[in-house]
Design a protein around this ligand. Structure first.
Ligand code: NAP
Length: 292
């Protein structure tokens, strides 16, 4: 029998978190502190430019400060490292973000690891990832953090649930695992992480009470691969060609229509997890300003 599927929109979650952040921003303002984010953008990648513009817009709306340091594609490692080292000392910027991907001649790890762990609002520095694994997180990577906020907002509990994560990237899958496995209220899950070498994928996805899909493969998961009553978080953002003026539409990693009536809930693409990532970046920057 088919049942109604709840759509987990990101916007109400964002509004809820922003209300919480406003209190912190106002309290910092009374001390003359405006949370500041430095964004380092190298090259002309159109998707990166859109992300950076959206970050600037969100920070402005929250009365926070952000500045983009733009470099040409030919920028050198030394130039970027020198800038990061001076931003590490700056009192104006509490957070530093290096927009990825970087052009291939640049050593991404070397550059991102130069960001001071105290200003690593992306949560990618080895020290911050280590703290997360130990269960004493300082800055949690933004997308997994946003997913936890989304589950919390829609009263989807994680304790004792089997959560299947499809994808093991450093920015989504692995930190998502590290959060859900902790002895946290929004943790205490039994977690299975799948990837391209996983065998009989659908046997595993069918066991999920909560399925988090971050594969970057459009429509990898469909209604035949999930059990009735599952909660699905679709992290994927894929551009698929179509006949529209833009020439493409955004689609997730889940075949949305095929899970309707089976899943208890699903986050849509677009308008699901996407807007939460930037809000959690602002949250981490405000946290950095408070720590300071
Ligand atoms: P990624 O680094 O490319 O990682 C993809 C992961 O999925 C890898 O672990 C890969 O396995 C696994 N995978 C790919 N195809 C698979 C298959 N057929 N079966 C099983 N596993 C498979 O991607 P990412 O950076 O995590 O991003 C994933 C998606 O989320 C992308 O669409 C991205 O645009 C989106 N995203 C959205 C947000 C947001 O704000 N909403 C933020 C970040 C990313 P292997 O490790 O074996 O290769």
């Amino acid at each position: 029998m088919q049942s109604e599927t709840t759509i987990l929109y990101g916007k109400p979650v964002v509004q809820h978190i922003r209300e919480r952040l406003k209190t912190d921003i106002q309290s910092l303002a009374t001390k003359g502190i405006i949370p500041g984010l430095a964004v380092i953008l190298v090259g002309e990648d159109p998707a990166s430019r859109v992300y950076v513009r959206n970050k600037e817009k969100a920070f402005k709306e929250l009365s926070c400060y952000s500045k983009t340091f733009q470099f040409s594609t030919t920028a050198t490692e030394t130039e970027l490292i020198n800038l990061i080292q001076s931003l590490n000392q700056s009192t104006e910027f509490h957070g530093i973000l290096v927009q990825l991907p970087l052009p291939s001649h640049l050593n991404e790890k070397l550059i991102t690891n130069t960001v001071s762990p105290d200003k690593d609002v992306d949560g990618f520095h080895p020290m911050n990832l280590g703290l997360l694994l130990q269960g004493i997180p300082r800055f949690v990577p933004c997308t997994p953090n946003g997913i936890i906020e989304m589950l919390k907002f829609y009263n989807i509990t994680t304790e004792g649930k089997h959560v299947v994560i499809l994808g093991r990237s450093n920015i989504v899958g692995k930190p998502m695992f590290a959060l859900l496995v902790q002895k946290f209220k929004m943790g205490n899950s039994t977690v299975t992480v799948c990837h391209t070498k996983t065998q009989s994928l659908e046997k595993i996805t069918k066991q999920a009470d909560i399925l988090i899909v971050a594969s970057g493969v459009p429509h990898l998961v469909n209604g035949n691969m999930v059990k009735a009553g599952v909660h699905i978080i679709d992290v994927g953002i894929n551009q698929v060609k179509d006949d529209s003026v833009k020439g493409y539409k955004l689609t997730g990693d889940v075949d949305y229509d095929s899970v309707l009536g089976i899943a208890k809930s699903i986050s849509p693409v677009p308008r699901g997890v996407g807007p939460l990532t930037i809000t959690m970046l602002a949250s981490n920057t405000i946290q950095a300003a408070k720590n300071n």
